[in-house]
Write a new protein. Structure first.
Length: 724
């Protein structure tokens, strides 16, 4: 294999070119998502074992967290009292033995057969006088056949521990062997970052950093090596976002709307926006007025608006968005509000019609269930401009939808849509580029927003309307059904005084693969059990649209007192009489989702409650999953969505957040947005990206940098960003 000099070179070389990678191992690597030499070299060690300072099992103390490199001596599997499987290992590192116990992970018996060498990381406990680790993190270093061969290579050195994959049949030791050969044969890599920036930021050369991260001579060099590679990841993301923003501004065809910030203050009366704001039955918050003033200034400005509006559940984003849509209508254009689900679209359409009913503005709803003559009439109204505001789902993206003059686009729950979908809707502006406002009720830490939505200007609603009810949240871990009694007693008590309740389950019907309560089974069980005598309804996404709408209508009117549902009610559902939310198997949900679900109650004036059920002890000493327990405890302790977002980022990392980008191969491998040092690097990366693009908008003088950015983008976006 010839010397590889750029990331593109590395990406075009399959792992099969390496002598240490057999055809079988190449297939296993591909199953794991590693197909090229670049994929392999960006599979970084998750930690290191310093074999120059030996840590012995014999010296482990109860209560301490430790990582031990040991060989499996004995494997035993047995059923627990609750029917789940317990796998118990005896491991030995030559200085002593310790028991390792796994609850509800039967596959460990096959992964860790006798003779396997692995690193076990966890807290040292004690059971019946013997030291043990329960459910530790495991890195398989070598399988049975490789232990004797590899042992001498792992002594008296820093041992990188790779995220081995039991499913693909790969061990950390094998991955390390592949990486060593790849580094030897790669040669010196092109470094696209100019010398002056490396010097200014005290960054290592890329080749030196890559070699040190995989084969450090001491643990001290891993810090600066990681810092350079983290900067590369963040810089690529920021450079792509800056280029996207520049391309957007360069190619924009602005519509200058006839609106003024003075309408927000009441200094101008009689306009559509002013009449809308004056007719609201409540006063706007300071944050809402500030956000509206900025948005209206954008609408009247020389460049199309390109903003993200984020705010906690109940902060009043819909009112702000509707004022923006009316700004377009007031200027002779149309507005479109796109949402991810039919339930949310129906809710928004109903709310918008109620708020603009006195303004004689035609509002329509477009989803897949609108068919036949009604659909043709609506499409004609959109094309002619007679429909002023349309609320819809992905149906708005279809080719048959044409607008007379689309002026403002609002996209709700932005994380449910990709970059291409947002661009597709904006492209329907025939007269000019419509102004774009994307919204999210899932608060995002500022640094994460720079990564995900760095091409959008950010506005935050950091204030709640006065009079919002505080929701009391209780986590009832279980596992006994009797432990849930408090929740069902509260449901009965609230229904007795005329209020309503939600019960949310993670599944529609029972699954043999996931141990979680289903909505259909729970509906039948509760109707005959804990909630017998109450009027219980069922709602889930697999129901026919008419049945869903009927279920929600009956719940709103009170004909149904308790609604058993899936997460189809996660956003947008507004029933002021609902005062209790019971979430089954709460450990199956993410923090943002739990916070969103909780926001479906407390929307009236009555005190409200949210109960999180599950995630407790498994009945055989296994205890709750530590991360799930911390997640549930955090949601129970705080109703601040922004604070919970920071906790969520720390617990889960960036994977889920970056999934919202739906673009390219730019997920962060090393960088952590919860790391203060990485956050500082992100800011520096943005400054460098801004400076380089300001001086060289098409990167003509930075050829290797442009080539690298194209590698991490789709062909269409690369063409868009670099066209003159």
């Amino acid at each position: 294999m010839a010397a590889l000099r750029s990331l593109r070179d590395l990406s075009q070389r399959p792992v099969s070119v390496l002598e240490t990678v057999s055809a079988r191992k190449a297939t296993q690597l591909a199953q794991w998502g590693v197909e090229s030499v670049l994929d392999l070299l960006t599979t970084y060690p998750r930690r290191y074992i310093d074999r120059t300072v030996q840590a012995d099992v014999s010296g482990l103390e109860v209560g301490a967290e430790a990582a031990v490199l040991a060989e499996v001596q004995r494997v035993r599997s047995r059923p627990a009292r609750n029917g789940r499987m317990v796998v118990q290992l005896t491991v030995d590192d030559g200085t002593g033995r310790i028991e390792v116990v796994f609850f509800n992970q039967p596959w460990r018996a096959k992964q860790l057969e006798e003779g396997t060498e692995a690193i076990f990381w966890g807290k040292v406990g004690e059971y019946r006088g013997a030291r043990q680790m329960v459910n530790p993190v495991v890195d398989v270093v070598a399988g049975v056949a490789a232990v004797a061969v590899g042992r001498t290579r792992r002594t008296l050195r820093i041992l990188p521990v790779y995220p081995a994959s039991a499913k693909a049949g790969l061990t950390s030791w094998e991955i390390g062997t592949f990486v060593e050969e790849a580094l030897e044969r790669a040669g010196e890599l092109v470094d696209p970052l100019p010398d002056e920036w490396r010097t200014a930021l005290s960054l290592w050369d890329r080749t030196a950093a890559l070699r040190a991260i995989h084969g450090p001579e001491s643990l001290a060099v891993t810090g600066p090596a990681r810092r350079r590679l983290v900067f590369d990841e963040l810089f690529r993301l920021q450079l792509a976002l800056v280029l996207r923003r520049r391309a957007f501004e360069h190619n924009a065809r602005a519509l200058r709307h006839q609106v003024s910030p003075r309408e927000v203050t009441g200094a101008i009366e009689g306009t559509l926006v002013a009449r809308f704001l004056a007719g609201l039955p409540f006063e706007l918050t300071r944050a809402q007025r500030q956000a509206l003033a900025v948005i209206v200034a954008d609408l009247a400005g020389p460049f199309p608006m390109h903003r993200l509006l984020q705010g906690d559940v109940g902060s009043g984003k819909t009112v702000v968005a509707l004022a923006a849509l009316l700004g377009a209508v007031q200027s002779g254009h149309q507005g479109a509000l796109m949402v991810p689900t039919e339930v949310l679209a129906e809710q928004h359409a109903s709310a918008v019609r109620a708020m603009v009913g006195h303004l004689e503005v035609r509002v329509e709803l477009l989803t897949s269930r609108v068919k036949g003559a009604a659909r043709r009439t609506m499409l004609e109204g959109l094309a002619s401009g007679e429909v002023a505001i349309v609320v819809g789902t992905h149906a708005l993206l279809t080719d048959e939808v044409e607008f007379g003059s689309l002026g403002v686009v609002v996209i709700d729950e932005q994380h449910r849509f990709g970059v291409e979908q947002r661009a597709t809707l904006r492209a329907k502006g025939e007269v000019g580029d419509p102004d774009l406002l994307v919204m999210t009720a899932t608060p995002i830490p500022r640094t994460a927003a720079m990564v995900i939505f760095g091409d959008l200007d950010l506005i935050t609603l950091d204030e709640m309307p006065p009079g919002r009810v505080t929701i009391t949240t209780r986590w009832l871990p279980g596992p006994s059904p009797a432990d849930e009694g408090e929740a069902w007693e509260r449901v009965r008590a609230e229904v007795a005084v005329g209020h309503r309740a939600f019960v949310v389950c993670p599944l529609v019907s029972d699954s043999v693969k996931v141990e979680a309560k289903s909505a259909t089974e729970e509906f039948e069980r509760l109707s005959a059990g804990e909630l017998a005598g109450l009027r219980v309804g069922l709602l889930h996404g697999q129901m026919a649209p008419a049945a869903r709408e009927d279920a929600m209508a009956r719940f709103r009117t009170g004909e149904v007192e308790v609604l058993v549902a899936t997460t189809v009610i996660e956003v947008g559902v507004d029933v002021p009489e609902a005062t209790v939310m019971v979430i089954e198997n709460a450990d199956r949900f993410g923090m943002a989702q739990l916070h969103q679900l909780r926001g479906r109650v407390g929307r009236g004036t009555a005190a409200s409650w949210c109960y999180l059920l599950g995630g407790g002890d498994d009945g055989d000493g296994g205890g709750p999953d530590a991360v799930a327990a911390e997640r549930l405890a955090a949601v129970a302790a705080s109703s601040d969505g922004f604070a919970l977002a920071e906790v969520d980022l720390r617990l889960r990392g960036e994977g889920t957040l970056l999934g919202a980008r739906q673009k390219g191969h730019t997920d962060l491998r090393l960088a952590s947005l919860s790391d203060p040092d990485d956050r500082l690097l992100l800011t520096e990366a943005r400054k460098v990206a801004d400076a380089i693009v300001d001086g060289d908008p098409l990167l003509l003088a930075h050829e290797s940098m442009a080539d690298e950015i194209r590698l991490f983008l789709s062909d269409d976006e690369g063409e868009y960003l670099f066209k003159s």
